[in-house]
Write a protein that binds this ligand. Structure first.
Ligand SMILES: NC(=O)c1ccc[n+]([C@@H]2O[C@H](COP(=O)([O-])OP(=O)(O)OC[C@H]3O[C@@H](n4cnc5c(N)ncnc54)[C@H](OP(=O)(O)O)[C@@H]3O)[C@@H](O)[C@H]2O)c1
Length: 389
């Protein structure tokens, strides 16, 4: 029985992780749950169903309401240890009883708890891609030093992980990172200028949290994933090739030096990559309809239009520059997405803001490849200052 900590239990990945766990009560138990505190009703239901020993809310003020709500349901919460804030998240991440920490927080807030989990020697099922996009070299070295496994929950990186099993790293030439293309595949630059928040929040294939859905529409998500792949699998920027595959059935591919290509395919359902990492190195039973290849028709591939979606070129540039550039790329995107969601900027201004931040960092002469983790964590403030926000 594996004891699981879930940071971000009320989100899209968090709830799907709990669904996988609910189907395998003999294999997993929930040790701890954490959320921001926006969805207390759902968190109450999760506590009642999974009986965690620890619960953390980032928003400390919401703890009293949570306890009141549990009391109103006649649920005796006295045995639960309640924690709050970043300190609470870090305590949960480093619990010695944990067998696996699922990091499904959204954004750079996931960096510090991930570091604490690694320092405590806890293996990580990592959904929070922003952590690796910002501090990939630091996190991967720390994990190696502490003999901790970083198991990627992202479907593309999980696919590459599975394709690489039994493959010698020196035989790998490239990874092909598949992308659905998002809701604006085939759009011109002019059409993209007119895109609304409502349109950007509708993904054709996946149902996900708001931030990643917008990132999928701008293809910033694919840029973040390119950087994530570089650090997870120690690849050079040119070895990571994004490609549009609208059916989303091929989750990614690994190309070997002799030209052979290994692909991982499966249902379009995030519970599968989550389940693979929860069970790793074993396998669980299927939770969903398996793919029937007699009925799927064709699988198609096309290049990404990098003129229309500058996210790819900016991600490649950040990967090449290394050091603080990937964190700048990611943090500027987080700032821009927040502004877009508040209606303060247009969709295409997301690219402009990220480009402005990268240029400003370049103008500051940031050429070092190494960095202190505090520089990464404080990157959002630095960007706001650099671009005059
Ligand atoms: N969704 C997918 O299919 C998918 C696929 C691959 C990778 N990912 C990655 O997985 C991560 C999570 O994505 P998501 O779509 O699940 O996001 P989401 O639906 O927005 O959920 C985010 C979760 O994190 C919690 N949270 C946010 N800020 C927090 C804080 N400061 N302290 C504690 N908890 C906090 C939220 O709590 P509240 O409910 O209280 O706000 C919620 O439980 C992202 O990095 C995303 O890129 C997602």
């Amino acid at each position: 029985m594996k004891q699981i900590v879930i940071l971000g239990s009320t989100g899209s990945i968090g709830t799907q992780t709990l669904d996988v766990i609910a189907h395998a009560p003999a294999d997993f138990s929930v040790l701890a749950l954490a959320a921001y505190g926006r969805n207390l009703e759902l968190l109450c239901e999760q506590i009642e169903t999974f009986h965690p020993a620890y619960v953390c809310l980032y928003q400390e003020d919401a703890l009293k309401s949570l306890k009141d709500m549990l009391g109103a349901r006649d649920f005796s919460w006295e045995k639960i240890t309640f924690l709050a804030g970043m300190d609470g998240l870090c305590v949960l991440a480093s619990l010695p009883e944990a067998d696996l920490v699922v990091t499904s927080l959204v954004g750079m807030i996931g960096i510090l708890p991930t570091i604490k989990a690694i320092e405590a020697g806890n293996n990580i099922a990592l959904a929070n891609k922003e952590t690796l996009a910002c501090a990939g070299s630091y996190i991967m070295k720390l994990a190696a030093d502490h003999h901790v496994k970083i198991l990627p929950v992202d479907s593309e990186h999980g696919a590459i992980f599975q394709c690489l099993e039994g493959v010698r790293r020196e035989d790998v030439d490239a990874v092909w990172l598949t992308a659905s293309g998002g809701p604006f595949r085939g759009y011109s630059k002019e059409m993209l200028e007119q895109v609304t928040l409502e349109q950007a929040l509708k993904h054709p294939n996946w149902s996900m949290g708001a931030k990643i859905t917008i990132d999928s529409a701008t293809l910033m998500n694919k840029g973040i994933e390119m950087i994530e792949a570089k650090y997870l699998y120690d690849l050079r920027p040119e070895q990571v090739i994004p490609i549009v595959h609208p059916q989303s059935l091929v989750h990614s591919m690994v190309e070997l030096k002799d030209g052979a290509v290994i692909a991982q395919l499966g249902p379009v359902d995030m519970r599968l990559p989550i389940q693979v990492m929860l069970y790793y190195p074993e396998r669980g039973n299927a939770l969903m309809q398996k793919v029937d290849f007699r009925t799927i028709g064709s699988l198609t591939f096309e290049p990404i239009d990098e003129e229309v979606f500058p996210s790819i070129a900016m991600a490649r540039y950040s990967m090449q520059r290394e050091g603080l550039f990937p964190a700048c790329f990611n943090a500027a995107n987080e700032i821009a997405v927040e502004k877009f969601r508040k209606g303060q900027i247009r969709f295409t201004d997301i690219y402009r803001l990220v480009e402005k931040a990268l240029s400003a960092l370049d103008a500051e002469g940031a050429t070092r490849k190494d960095y202190e983790i505090e520089e990464i964590i404080h990157m959002p403030e630095r960007i706001r200052h650099m671009i005059g926000e």
